[in-house]
Ligand binder design. Structure first.
Ligand code: DUC
Ligand code: ZN
Ligand code: ZN
Ligand code: ZN
Length: 502
């Protein structure tokens, strides 16, 4: 049998190389089966001309919230995954969330499977949010979930309904050490936030802007240092999600220079947006609600700069979207936190949309132009290959290489899109009614997206051409460490001591 698909006449970018333009991609049975020149065509081969544009692996967005209980007006799998493929993301890892009152996690995961099955345009996996990690769950249910391909958990250090104390964090980290799952952590000091919030509320400071005041950098800083310490003590890799501030990021950098396996993630909102966006715009005090996320947007452009540095110098392993929006809708006041005439930031659901805009925003700064901030290879690492490795999808997702799923994004030839693309809510495919990136110009956009060899997005001919039956659940393996190392000689404070108990 010949190739079902050949992609020709583009420049292929992988995590390590920019290949010369003559190289074609040959696809058989949904997998990349050959990379080479002058691949043989048969009558059944679909030949796709990349028209001199770049070709990158389908995006892997390892942090999205679809169909979550706590955001009833947010995206479900259909709308969220539709938005994903329109922005070049072919794999998402969403969350199955345990409630604090629940003493099982198996049933939670089953529930999220029913929310996703036959309703996804892209491939998907789940992380488990653990809010009540009982010994029973850790001993008997976690091993089962790992067998089922759910090989990562997210832990919260803040939010009353979800947060874990240090003893619980340590217990989960010790289980991670035994069972080998990957641990993501939301690092903000809960008590700092609640003290400030109570005092802001008492003094009537409740507008959206005060969301940013209530969650200062020092809250992220303290919790980041603490969780790194707990991870060092227990000798397990972690990933700190959605990092926003330089002082906190420095702890990660320092840990990495000591070869600790501390991974970090940031998101486009922390690369492009500042807290001034939480203030009233055009006299509309509600507008700020569109930019409420946690950690909050920071005040100082230096923090944006620092996040870009972390992207370029390898501190970050992942750039995800943390797509977690709710419908803004003025009427109904769901997103607004509006009660009567009073707008309370504490009632505004946290999170912004971004699964569709993540790749175009970052790709605009990738390359060798004057305003570039990262290489094309680094773009692929951060948005596709490294999240695939960290979360157990290596060999299947995240690369244009033989044996991998044929998840392929073809960008416009830059000459075809001289003025770039302006991000507009009206052109996006999510189910919510705004984007915090409204009006921003990006240089390029995925022209075509292929999922396992099938065209699912054709910007110029029909837009979304895939189907909700296209996406399948990904049974993930155990994640690989991407930075630092575990094992080996223990130095510093723990030298010798850990041998007695670990
Ligand atoms: N944490 C997330 O991971 N997403 C949305 C809001 C939050 O606090
Ligand atoms: Zn549940
Ligand atoms: Zn979080
Ligand atoms: Zn999130």
């Amino acid at each position: 049998m010949g190739f079902e698909l050949i992609v020709t006449n583009g420049t292929i970018v992988t995590a390590s190389e920019v290949l010369s333009p003559g190289i074609e991609i040959g696809v058989k049975n949904g997998k990349i089966s050959c990379l080479g020149m002058f691949l043989p065509r048969s009558d059944n081969t679909l030949v796709v001309d990349a028209r001199g544009g770049y070709i990158t692996p389908g995006g892997v967005d390892s942090h999205v919230h679809f169909a979550q209980d706590n955001s009833p007006t947010g995206d479900n799998f259909t709308t969220g995954s539709r938005s994903s493929i329109a922005g070049g993301t072919t794999t998402v890892i969403a969350f199955a969330s345990q409630k604090k009152t629940e003493t099982t996690v198996i049933r939670c995961v089953e529930e999220y499977h029913t929310r996703a099955k036959d309703q996804s345009y892209c491939d998907y996996g789940f992380h488990l949010i653990l809010s009540n990690p009982t010994p029973q769950i850790m001993a008997t249910e976690m091993p089962l979930l790992i067998e089922q391909g759910i090989t990562s958990v997210k832990l919260y250090m803040t939010y009353e309904p979800l947060k874990l104390g240090d003893a619980q964090l340590l217990d989960v980290l010790m289980s991670a050490r035994t069972l080998g799952f990957t641990t993501m952590v939301h690092a903000e000091n809960s008590d700092i936030i609640s003290l400030i919030s109570t005092r802001l509320e008492a003094s009537g400071h409740t507008a959206p802007y005060f969301h940013a005041i209530s969650r200062p950098q020092i809250a992220e800083n303290e919790a980041t240092y603490r969780i790194i310490s707990l991870a060092e003590l227990t000798d397990v890799p972690i990933l700190i999600v959605h990092m926003s501030s330089e002082i906190a990021m420095k702890h990660v950098r320092k840990a990495q220079t000591r070869m600790l396996p501390i991974h970090a993630e940031t998101c486009p909102q922390y690369l492009f947006l500042l807290s001034e966006r939480l203030k009233a715009t055009h006299g509309d005090a509600f507008e700020g609600a569109k930019c409420v996320c946690s950690p909050p947007l920071r005040h100082d452009p230096k923090d944006l700069e620092a996040m870009w540095t972390g992207i370029a110098n390898g501190t970050f392993t992942v750039v995800s979207s943390d797509h977690a929006p709710s419908t803004y809708g003025h009427s109904g006041g769901k997103k607004l936190g509006l009660k009567g005439d009073v707008m309370r930031y504490r009632d505004i659901p946290n999170g912004v949309p971004g699964v569709e805009t993540r790749l175009p925003l970052l790709f605009s700064y990738a390359g060798r132009e004057k305003d570039s901030r990262l290489s094309l290879q680094r773009f692929v690492q951060l948005t596709s290959s490294d999240p695939a490795k960290l979360y157990g999808l290596e060999g299947m997702k995240g690369s244009i290489a033989v044996g991998h799923d044929a998840d392929i994004v073809i960008w416009y030839n830059e000459k075809e899109l001289k003025d770039g693309v302006t991000i507009r809510q009206s052109e996006l495919h999510h189910g919510v009614d705004y984007t915090p990136f409204e009006g921003m110009r990006v240089k390029n956009w995925p022209r075509l997206t292929f999922l396992r060899g099938k065209k699912v997005w054709d910007r110029d001919n029909g837009g979304v051409v895939g189907d909700v039956l296209d996406g399948k659940f990904l049974k993930r393996g155990k994640g690989k460490i991407v930075v630092g190392r575990t094992g080996g000689e223990v130095k510093g404070m723990l030298a010798g001591e850990r041998n007695y108990w670990c």
